[in-house]
Design a protein around this ligand. Structure first.
Ligand code: DPP
Ligand code: ZN
Length: 877
């Protein structure tokens, strides 16, 4: 496989203005496509037409009504070429495809008993011969013919304009007048139940909202429907954007590679992001559903109305849409805590990616397989980049600029540069240097030193920035980094700011400022400080950077108690915990027992004593330890045993310091009434779950009793799963009985069983690999269903550090074996699973050798998907 490069972009030689397609579903599936083709006047004439098409059998081809013979065109494995064409013509092709044996889940495929499509990024070329690139936009008319009893529901984009039936068969024609790239095409055929509601837009138009789900699941769409209406109202209120069609459809699909897909007017969703009710869904499920429903809805403008010129621009639609989703979500109640969760996730998955052999800029320069670039960097780091521009412009100017962008480019396929230039023109801000966020990969590191001159009463900060080398990129330029900060005096009060510096400073309030770092080194002087203040840096996580704080431990304890910014307060606590974990890791490697400061125990016990306070969700975050992956991320050479040991030791120490208070807190946090899903109740449950995590370390027997009771009394899945999760690593009868009972109760519900699978795959036990094999024998398991595979193998690779890194290499071998097996079915999935091995160079010598050997074994197996080939070859390079 050969890479494609961003610099090689050229406009298409031909456009397709309209496609009239008939999909005839039967024993075999036949697709007839009539394309209205026009030469691009800006390109030389006489170019061949090169259509994309894979995994299909060509039956016939006609140009302007005349059948072509084999001498007139050339078919190859990736498409079809016609040497020359008139400036305008109609091309009709007829092909046969095989959705029933399509295990890759791109193009048209079978999921359970329904047929459905996934066309982003390049799936449409598995349905018919086409110019499968986003800058070719056509209006679509789609006729679907199928058996009436097997496929009573036939859906595509736009509006239904005609239908009829004859005998066992029926057909329906859909018309989508909005020209769109083919990655937004969708088709569904199946026996599905429909749940309908109406939304009245701000201007008074009624929009029909239709969810299609398996029969029996009708009552489980309520939350998704509510979320959709909330998202529609939010986009009207905040961005002034109204939905533009009469119908909005969402179909829940069980076998789906991604979370969901924003096809115009017809979203397809992984069913885990649609189906929910109190007994089967957790708080986190409810929140994810709201996020993903919002995300796909917001794409209707940022992605669909204004789309991408080419796939290197993917972040143009994804980062802006993630940013909009995150703003929407924060507005729904959890606010700052939501932000903390995003940062935790960014540090857990994106920072490692940015330091890996797959590190790439938010706007990649090249790819072998586009599906490998639906990454945390393009999505989550990209959203932080948008967030920084939001900070720099200010909310009103940012929203206004986005509106201008959407108006200016409505109906067009554009670039990230078009977007940034519009923000610049609209706001008058200079974003020239800021653009480096799109082209330079790697996480910038800020190193801050402080100095207080008591005689002169001046406090001084020196901030250095450095962007690390990444594959193909060395010696990077300094970036434009927005740093939000404030100072606290000895009593913990915010100080009014007066800053002397060469850098640009934008005051945000009398006590908080935005400093624009643009140089390798920036000095800030704060005059008239009668005593040394404590600085609170990177408030609200104003930039996606690693920050070496200047603070000593006592400053961090002080910030945990006093900082007014919830993010920085939380991060001060995390820094304390991280430093303690790293000291413990060092001790363990030196063969010593870890030791911890008493002050650490005091600070965190004191936090626990505020458990009755009103911000329980924030408190839960404050009490949660930095994860093992994040601890490992700080080390140049990773010894997984030492990392796991340090994490456990720190947890044990804090649990001991909190002692009996844990039980009191657990009791006090018991629910007072029926299950409710509001921010306050969610916060209480999260805190209770955190307390249980410490109790497992402090008093396992007491915890087992609590888990038993909690499981027994639970009227909701959050409490039920909370009990199983807390006891997951404690061997014993209670654990076995609860897991067995749960299986009996839920074995028919695959989404709920995913939770059961996931917990067991992440359990810390010596026989974990045998257990994984058993789980894969369970009747609900199938290597063809990505949700199941992610629940067993995916969860193991991400959340079972001791199991994956067993010193005999059996964890790596397990992953490699299944990666190869799954690659025969689904390259998108196998490429994700293998990523746990790609950073082998960072591990201690023995693991390094073992991981590398498995990667080489995969590489030598041959016949790999382009997805897996790209990841493995880049990680060995
Ligand atoms: N475009 C989808 C999404 O992120 C992924 N294919 O919404
Ligand atoms: Zn998206």
């Amino acid at each position: 496989p050969q890479p494609k490069y961003r610099k090689d972009y050229t406009a298409p030689d031909y456009f397709i203005r309209h496609i009239d397609m008939t999909v005839d579903i039967g024993e075999t599936t036949e697709v007839e496509a009539l394309l209205d083709i026009e030469r691009n006047p800006d390109r030389p004439s006489g170019q061949p037409l090169q259509l994309d098409g894979e995994n299909m059998k060509l039956l016939s081809i006609e140009l302007d009504g005349k059948f072509l013979t084999e001498a007139d065109f050339e078919v190859h494995a990736k498409g079809l070429n016609i040497p020359s064409l008139p400036d305008r013509c109609q091309l009709r092709t007829r092909v046969v495809i095989d959705p029933h044996n399509n295990t890759a889940l791109e193009g048209l495929y079978r999921s359970g008993d329904i047929l459905c499509t996934q066309c982003e990024a390049e799936g449409f070329r598995h349905i018919t011969y086409y110019l499968d690139r986003p800058d070719v936009m056509a209006s679509f008319r789609t006729t679907i013919k199928a058996d009436r009893s097997t496929y009573p529901v036939l859906l595509s984009n736009g509006n239904p304009i005609a239908e009829d039936a004859e005998g066992d068969r029926h057909w329906i024609t859909w018309d989508d007048p909005h020209p769109k790239p083919c990655y937004l095409f969708a088709l569904v055929a199946g026996d599905l139940a429909r749940v309908e509601d109406t939304y009245t837009t701000a201007s008074g138009r009624d929009v029909a909202l239709r969810f299609y789900v398996d029969h029996g699941n009708e009552s489980r769409c309520t939350h998704a429907m509510q979320s959709l209406k909330a998202a529609m109202a939010w986009d009207e209120r905040v961005y002034g954007l109204e939905y533009d069609l009469d119908v909005y459809m969402v179909v829940a699909v069980s076998a789906f590679n991604m979370g969901a897909m924003e096809n115009k007017g017809l979203n397809l969703f992984n069913d885990r992001f649609v189906l929910a009710d109190d007994t089967s869904a957790t708080d986190e499920d409810y929140i994810h559903i709201e996020d993903v429903i919002g995300h796909e809805y917001f794409h209707n403008y940022t992605g669909n109305r204004v789309t991408l010129r080419d796939w290197f621009q993917l972040s143009l639609k994804e980062s802006l849409t993630v940013f909009r989703e995150q703003s929407f979500s924060a507005d729904q109640g959890l606010g700052a805590v939501k932000r903390i969760g995003e940062v935790r996730q960014l540090r857990r998955v994106q920072f490692p990616e940015d330091a890996s052999p797959m590190a790439h800029p938010v706007r990649p320069e090249s790819y072998i397989e586009m599906n490998n670039f639906y990454t945390p960097t393009v999505y989550e780091k990209g959203a932080q980049v948008i967030g920084m521009m939001h900070t720099i412009l200010g909310d009103a100017a940012f929203v206004h600029a986005v509106q201008e962008y959407l108006e200016k480019f409505d109906g067009q396929a554009v670039t990230i540069e078009d977007f940034v230039a519009t923000l610049e023109q609209s706001s008058g801000q200079d974003l020239q240097q800021f653009r480096l966020w799109y082209s330079q990969a790697g996480t910038p590191r800020l190193t801050v030193t402080e100095h207080y001159d008591a005689d002169a009463q001046v406090y001084e900060l020196v901030i250095k920035q450095h962007v690390p080398d990444t594959p193909g990129q060395k010696n990077k330029q300094p970036m434009h980094i927005p740093l939000v900060l404030g100072l606290l005096d000895d009593s913990g009060q915010p100080v009014s700011l007066d800053i002397e510096t060469a850098a640009e400073v934008t005051p945000q309030s009398p006590t908080q400022a935005l400093v624009h770092l643009r140089e390798t080194e920036t000095t800030l002087r704060f005059p008239n400080r009668p005593s040394r203040p404590v600085v609170s840096l990177l408030r609200g996580f104003s930039a996606p950077v690693k920050l070496d704080l200047p603070h000593d431990k006592s400053d961090l304890h002080f910030l945990v108690r006093h900082d007014v910014d919830p993010f920085s307060r939380w991060d001060a606590g995390q820094t304390l915990l991280l430093r303690a974990a790293l000291e413990a890791e060092q001790a363990l490697r030196a063969g010593n027992a870890p030791a911890f400061d008493e002050a650490l125990g005091e600070t965190f016990s004191a936090l626990l004593e505020t458990a009755g306070s009103d911000d329980q969700a924030l408190l839960a975050e404050m009490l949660a330890l930095p994860g093992e992956t994040y601890i490992a991320e700080q080390l140049d050479v990773v010894d997984p045993d030492a990392v796991v040991g340090a994490y456990q030791a720190l947890r044990q120490y804090l649990a001991g310091a909190m002692g009996e208070h844990l039980k009191a807190a657990y009791e006090a946090l018991r629910p007072g009434g029926a299950y409710r899903i509001d921010a306050g109740s969610i916060g209480r449950r999260r805190l209770q779950r955190q307390v249980m995590d410490y109790l497992a370390a402090y008093d396992p027997d007491a915890l087992a009793g609590y888990c038993w009771q909690q499981y027994d009394k639970a009227d909701n899945m959050t409490d039920t799963i909370g009990a199983l999760a807390a006891i997951n690593d404690l061997p014993g009868d209670t654990r076995e009985q609860l897991f067995a009972d749960f299986e009996q109760r839920w074995r028919e519900n695959h989404l709920v069983m995913d939770k059961w699978l996931r917990l067991q795959s992440t359990a810390r036990r010596d026989d974990i690999l045998e257990r994984l094999e058993q789980l894969m024998q369970h009747p609900i398991f199938s290597l063809r269903n990505p949700n199941r595979v992610r629940a067993v193998i995916g969860a193991f690779t991400v959340d079972n550090m001791p199991g994956l890194h067993r010193i005999d290499g059996s964890g790596y071998r397990f992953v490699a074996d299944y990666t190869l097996k799954i690659d025969q079915l689904n390259g998108q999935l196998s490429a994700r699973l293998v990523s746990c091995l790609t950073r082998w160079r960072r591990y201690e010598p023995q693991r390094r050798q073992l991981m590398r050997a498995e990667l080489e074994r995969i590489q030598q197996a041959g016949n790999l998907s382009s997805n897996l080939y790209e990841i493995v070859s880049k990680s060995l390079a």
